[in-house]
Design a binder for this molecule. Sequence first.
Ligand SMILES: Nc1nc2c(ncn2[C@@H]2O[C@H](COP(=O)(O)OP(=O)(O)OP(=O)(O)O)[C@@H](O)[C@H]2O)c(=O)[nH]1
Ligand SMILES: [Mg+2]
Length: 427
Amino acid sequence: MGTQFEEMRQRLHHIGNLSNYIEELFTKLPGNLISDKQRRKMMKIMMDDDELQNLLTGLKDPRPPRFVLVGRTGVGKSSLVNAMSGRYLAEVSDIDIGTKEAGRYAYEADGHTFFEVIDTRGIGESETFDTQAEDSLKEVIRSFEPDAVLFLQKATERGHIDKDIEVTKKIMKKAADGLPLIAVITQVDELNPSRVKEPDLYPADKLRLIEEKAGQLKRLFANAGLEPAAILPVSSYIEWTTGEDGTRTIGFDGRYGMEELIDFLEDSLDIRAAIHLSLSIRLNSVSERIALRFTKVFTALAGTVALSPLIATDIAVLLALQSILLMIIAYLSGRELDFKTAREVLVSLGGIGATGFTLRMIAQQGSKFANLVVPGAGSAISASIASGGTFAIGKAAIAYFLSGADEKELKAIVKQARRDYEEEEEQ
Ligand SMILES: Nc1nc2c(ncn2[C@@H]2O[C@H](COP(=O)(O)OP(=O)(O)OP(=O)(O)O)[C@@H](O)[C@H]2O)c(=O)[nH]1
Ligand SMILES: [Mg+2]
């Protein structure tokens, strides 16, 4: 898949092993910043945190997303998979699953599997899809352990939608209970005026038709007692250009709604599948996305740390935690996992007053940082200040290390992060 991919995959894998060397990271903090007792307590809090452990597992063992695709022949299942990945993938028959209504496939390019799917294209048309066929399909789907069910319906379809929804209902109930059901309205470019293929140029009328379709499908699902996790209209329209060596690249890009679909999948799939998805199709922004995940996890951790009686009054503990977050984000940008890089950004943010007194203090302390005096009980940090500050620091570090923002931009980002955090707190 290319060296950039391989490098990033290894970098993520390395961070995934964080549990193994968290202790080592703590030792990279300057001496007597925090006591041994605090260090042990902090380590325990981190090791016990499900969100953090979950994220680490995903980074260590990414695997292709597994979808059950429900949609008739020609609805655009294969095209959707290509459109999501932006590549012309090979549909490889994976194993014979012994039912004629469905097949299991891997979508591949350059020896890399992007997705694994069970394609149920045959069900709708089949006259022989009886209880027995249903049961065997149920077993097949269960052992496949899908991440989600994708229901596909053409935007221009008028017939048999009810029947397709019934089939979906059966599948959900029998084999996919509790999984996200994502309804995808395909080929929206074919809605009037169908000659307009350029998504940015869709006229208001076309956009209105798209919205109507989504509303209509939602009602049909509701009538059947089903509520999809999302209803997403897309166009997978791509004109491929074939090169001399037979490889296909995008000639004309008419994709619509694809970013929304991928965003939704990243948020709702199992973490290992979500990270594989980011890594295979959003390589350029994957480090930023992972950094944001870490920022969220550490934002919650900071709250827990601030509430822990052992360390509640100690600002240095919060700094230690934030430093580790910074080391991780710096590492995602390709730098060393060391305290020096973390401090570099803490100090530069201190200069712009990022998180109020916390950072100004470090900036002033400079080389005396190691001797930071434990503030008295009066300066105990509340959980919400600890979390808010950590969130702002994470966002600023992402901007600094990964987007190369300048000081002015950083200021705005930090301000925005604090507002975002406060808004979320209020909800
Ligand atoms: N205009 C337009 N055509 C599309 C779109 N998606 C798919 N098509 C076309 O519709 C036809 C069927 O698309 P496929 O992706 O092969 O459909 P499928 O669901 O995989 O079909 P089976 O593999 O037979 O089950 C092809 O000619 C595609 O080029 C789209 O978003 N817009
Ligand atoms: Mg197909």
